[in-house]
Design a protein around this ligand. Structure first.
Ligand SMILES: [Zn+2]
Length: 65
């Protein structure tokens, strides 16, 4: 696991600057505020979403779930 502060980042929860760490753990990464503990996922995607992203998504009019 790797942690690094994001310079100039402001916490959306407590509003403090330079309290946000980017945490990278394997293929996951998220942000965590060391002041209030707020966490926010970055571009973490569940593994099963990979296949869906590999093919273009087109919205078909008239297609219903
Ligand atoms: Zn905070």
């Amino acid at each position: 696991m790797k942690r690094q502060f994001i310079a100039g980042a402001t916490c959306p929860e407590c509003g403090q600057m330079d309290k946000i760490q980017r945490i990278i753990d394997g293929d996951r990464q998220w942000m965590e505020c060391v002041a209030c503990g707020a966490q926010k996922d970055l571009d973490a995607k569940p593994p099963e979403a990979t296949d869906a992203l590999a093919q273009p998504v087109t919205l078909q009019p008239g297609t219903k779930k």
